[in-house]
Write a protein that binds this ligand. Structure first.
Ligand SMILES: Nc1nc2c(ncn2[C@@H]2O[C@H](COP(=O)(O)OP(=O)(O)OP(=O)(O)O)[C@@H](O)[C@H]2O)c(=O)[nH]1
Ligand SMILES: [Mg+2]
Length: 373
């Protein structure tokens, strides 16, 4: 009897062990309930492959998405309004004056001249305002504002095509040459412009034809890599025209839409700089027509900056002005003499150092932003 219980116990034990083994084995082969979502990996795929396979370096790892033009305009408008912009504040003083007497008009005149509106345009504006506001009375701030808006627009809104000519003809890329005095914001503008062009779906190549300064090409490269745009560069002190030529050749070979060429703003002599710019343009034009020459002017340098900029118009046929550093500038009035004296429309405005702080210039938007309170 004892033997019977012993054998039965043994059989039960064996069966138990077998059952446990089967259950555990089955669980091991069960698929996981939900596959874990794949995390975006900073490492390129190739980095996980066998060590002897070639590793393809990514073009750029810090690609960022440029802000669309529509939303940047409303954001940037605030930088021109009276709370942030001394030029706008000066203009709006006419609204808050208790009485528009001779002294108030003189004050306004002085403010506008200090804001670099220029003597001629200031006199035109003040005498038009005096005429209209003396007849109609200046009691209604809304009316004064409307008169101010209309008269300002007459000065700012020159009849000109402000569109950027960035596309070429017959399958050849459009060529944008960017010139201007050193420090005005050429390289920064090209960086910001590249983002706008990429956001609009254009393909482009940048040319670091500023071989004068060591850091210039690096600065351009940083902007380019942010939006995945290639930069053609030469050696420091090398021939800028040949860098521009190579970039245009690459642009044609790669079939891109636009080649944007950065240039130096400073050389040992003015004549040297001008010769160099003329040469860059001639050399490019062996391969493709230059479709747009943008002259960058720093708004904070006012009339002085305008005088320096004029020299560039003598060497290259400038087709558009970029007015940089209009954010917080007390000299925003410069937009009027710039267009009048150079006979070239302002096409873009720079409103800060940030990557999306560039906006197309629109006369009505500009005036409305200035008069916004
Ligand atoms: N506040 C403000 N700063 C700007 C703007 N545009 C450019 N800057 C600043 O101005 C300085 C000079 O800009 P760059 O783009 O290097 O000027 P550049 O014309 O290329 O200068 P060079 O290469 O020396 O001829 C930089 O510190 C920019 O950040 C702008 O619209 N607003
Ligand atoms: Mg530069």
């Amino acid at each position: 009897m004892e033997i019977f219980w012993f054998v039965l116990g043994g059989v039960v034990l064996v069966l138990l062990i077998a059952a446990v083994t089967i259950i555990v084995g089955k669980e091991r082969t069960l698929p996981p309930a939900e596959p874990a979502p794949a995390l975006p990996s900073a490492e390129p795929e190739a980095a996980h492959s066998a060590p002897d396979e070639p590793v393809v370096a990514p073009v750029a790892t810090d690609l960022s998405v440029p802000e669309p033009v529509g939303s940047r305009l409303s954001r940037l408008r605030r930088r021109l309004s009276a709370s942030n912009n001394p030029f706008a504040r000066g203009l709006l003083s006419v609204l808050s004056a208790d009485r528009l007497d001779a002294e108030a008009w003189e004050d306004l005149e002085a403010t506008l001249i200090a804001a670099d509106l220029g003597v001629g345009p200031t006199e035109e504006l003040v005498s038009a305002l005096r005429r209209e506001l003396t007849i109609d009375g200046a009691s209604e701030p809304e009316h004064v504002k409307q008169v101010l808006r209309a008269e300002l627009l007459k000065l700012v809104d020159t009849p000109a095509d402000r569109s950027l000519r960035v596309t070429g003809a017959d399958g050849v890329p459009g060529i944008v040459l960017v010139v201007g005095v050193n420090g005005t914001g050429k390289t920064t503008t090209i960086g910001k412009l590249s983002r706008v062009l990429v956001a609009e779906g254009h393909s482009l190549v940048l040319a670091a034809a500023d071989t004068f300064r060591a850091a210039a090409a690096d600065q351009l490269q940083t902007w380019g890599s942010r939006v995945g745009v290639e930069v053609v560069r030469g050696s420091e002190g090398g021939d800028p025209a040949s860098v521009a030529f190579d970039a245009v050749a690459k642009g044609i070979a790669d079939g891109v839409d636009v080649v944007v060429v950065d240039t130096a703003g400073r050389l040992h002599t003015k004549a040297g700089l001008m010769d160099e710019l003329g040469k860059i343009k001639r050399v490019i034009e062996r391969k493709a027509a230059v479709t747009e020459v943008l002259l960058v002017i720093d708004a904070t340098t006012g009339q002085n900056g305008l005088a320096q900029a004029r020299v560039f118009t003598e060497v290259v046929d400038v087709t558009g002005i970029v007015l940089s550093k209009l954010d917080g500038s007390a000299k925003g009035g410069i937009v009027v003499p710039v267009q009048r004296e150079l006979g070239v429309p302002v096409k873009l405005i720079g409103l800060g150092e940030g990557p999306d702080d560039l906006a197309p210039f629109d006369a009505e938007e500009f005036v409305d932003a200035l008069l916004a309170q």
